[in-house]
Write a protein that binds this ligand. Structure first.
Ligand SMILES: Nc1ncnc2c1ncn2[C@@H]1O[C@H](COP(=O)(O)OP(=O)(O)O)[C@@H](O)[C@H]1O
Ligand SMILES: [Mg+2]
Length: 454
């Protein structure tokens, strides 16, 4: 941070001198002007605060105040006047003056006033910069994809962001963009200026997760030596993102349900009901319906969460988006690594489109990142994508059904076995070769009772 700049405007040299002297001692950079014209000229040099005489030889202080505020509304102005009147004060405030002081003044008082005023602009600027830097990276167009399903997802996110909806459920495999969608939901909403709090339900043991979420009172448990506010309180007015909600233990599921229904909760060890206004965005890569059937997830909580479900499709279900995303990451890493790669050549793009992407967009991002780090040419080629180059061809209508028909189960079994063999029984890799996810291949391994050869 550079030192704040203060501009002292007064036609009396003695006043300019005493103020300049005092403010320089405070460590400010001080500029001086004796006339309105000079003041406006010097203000262009970048000034944080102006001490402005009400009466200047060539114009009155109010006119100068208006011009300064027009060119930079962030500049603070303190008007100095020897003719104090209520009218003057009202006019000064109406035109955006920060304060108004009477002559003769005590320089120490002025120095204090200046320090206080600068503190507020500093804060205001920091907050604004922070908001801008946080809001921009998560605008809705950060979600890349022109496939029909992604266009729909984006429209839905936009609509829900602007709605009063208090609960949203994001589902989709790992790497499909649930985190990203949650942030977009927050920053595209009128909650954007309030906190976005994020917690992964599987990362903490039950008791800790509970006190992170709801907070605790002093003495609630051993080690709780002071009261602590939970995420729900901290996020008041904003959004709480509960990632991997499918892993939340049943006891907490019940407390979460109560919160979602009543919008109130108690801190751990507390007896007071606290109310907050937060939007809860929950995400899971599990099939919650299945979890409910198998008794691992409360049905009532599932229905409460599932009011606004948004499903993020796996990447292999929208191969048309692969070139867009690949190029998006080429651009991103060109910037990050200061490279000038122009794109992905046709053969490599073909392979990227045919690959199964078990890790979805996250995997694509990592693959492009690696290629960009290692690439020597100006375009990325098959050699830069070893995993995708070894990928399966996407067979669609080209497979002719033999005249005598075929045993589909047997064909499926044979392909699964081949993929497992070829991947050395790495199920994730085998799944990738078959365009399946891990659950889907696991299901087939069980269905065909396949076992890893010893
Ligand atoms: N549609 C998309 N457009 C651009 N980037 C995406 C998209 N989907 C996911 N990503 C990126 O992929 C990575 C993984 O996404 P993330 O939101 O963490 O997935 P998830 O939470 O579902 O596991 C992140 O870097 C994210 O920015
Ligand atoms: Mg995630």
């Amino acid at each position: 941070m550079h030192a704040p700049t203060v501009l002292v405007v007064d036609d009396e040299q003695l006043i300019r001198w005493s103020l300049t002297e005092r403010l320089s001692q405070e460590g400010y950079r001080v500029l001086e002007a004796a006339t309105a014209a000079e003041a406006i000229e010097r203000h262009r040099e970048g000034v944080d605060l102006v001490l402005l005489d009400f009466r200047l030889p060539d114009a009155d202080g109010l006119t100068v105040l208006k011009q300064i505020k027009e060119s930079d509304p962030d500049t603070l102005v303190i008007l100095l006047t020897a003719y104090s009147s209520v009218d003057n004060a009202v006019a000064a405030m109406k035109h955006g003056a920060y304060h108004y002081a009477n002559k003769p003044f005590n320089v120490d008082d002025i120095a204090l006033l200046v320090a206080k005023a600068l503190e507020t602009t500093q804060l205001r600027r920091e907050v604004r910069a922070l908001r801008a830097s946080q809001a921009q990276p998560y605008s809705i167009d950060r979600i890349v994809g022109e496939s029909e399903v992604m266009v729909r997802v984006r429209a839905l996110l936009q609509k829900i962001a602007g709605s009063p909806a208090s609960t949203v459920l994001l589902t989709g495999e790992s790497g499909t963009g649930k985190d990203l969608a949650a942030k977009v939901l927050h920053y595209a909403s009128d909650r954007a200026a309030k906190p976005f709090m994020n917690i992964t339900c599987s990362a903490l043991p039950e008791a800790l997760l509970e006190s992170e979420l709801f907070g605790h009172e002093r003495g609630a448990f051993t080690g709780a030596d002071r009261q602590k506010r939970g995420l729900l309180e901290t996020a008041d007015g904003g959004t709480v993102f509960l990632d991997e909600i499918g892993e939340m233990v049943p006891g907490l599921q019940a407390k979460m349900l109560r919160f979602l229904e009543e919008k109130s909760f108690k801190r751990v060890g507390g007896s007071v009901d606290l109310r907050v206004d937060v939007r809860v965005v929950a995400a899971t890569n599990r099939r919650l319906e299945q979890e409910v059937k198998e008794g691992r997830f409360r049905e009532d909580l599932y229905y409460r969460l599932n009011v606004l479900p948004i499903e993020l499709p796996p990447l292999r279900a929208r191969p048309g988006d692969i070139p867009l995303l690949a190029n998006y990451y080429v651009d991103t890493y060109n910037r990050e690594f200061r490279k000038r790669v122009t794109g992905v050549d046709a053969a490599a793009m073909q392979a990227l489109k045919a690959y199964g992407w078990p890790g979805n967009v996250r995997e694509l991002r990592n693959v492009v990142e690696r290629a960009m780090l290692l690439a020597e040419g100006t375009t990325l080629t098959l050699a830069d994508f070893p995993a995708a180059a070894a990928a399966p061809v996407r067979l669609t209508e080209q497979v002719g059904l033999p005249a005598g028909g075929i045993d589909l189960e047997q064909l499926e079994r044979s392909l699964v076995v081949q993929a497992l063999d070829r991947s050395g029984w790495n199920q994730t890799k085998a799944a990738g070769m078959l365009g399946l996810n891990r659950d889907q291949i696991r299901y087939r391994v069980e269905k065909f009772k396949l076992e890893k050869p010893s």
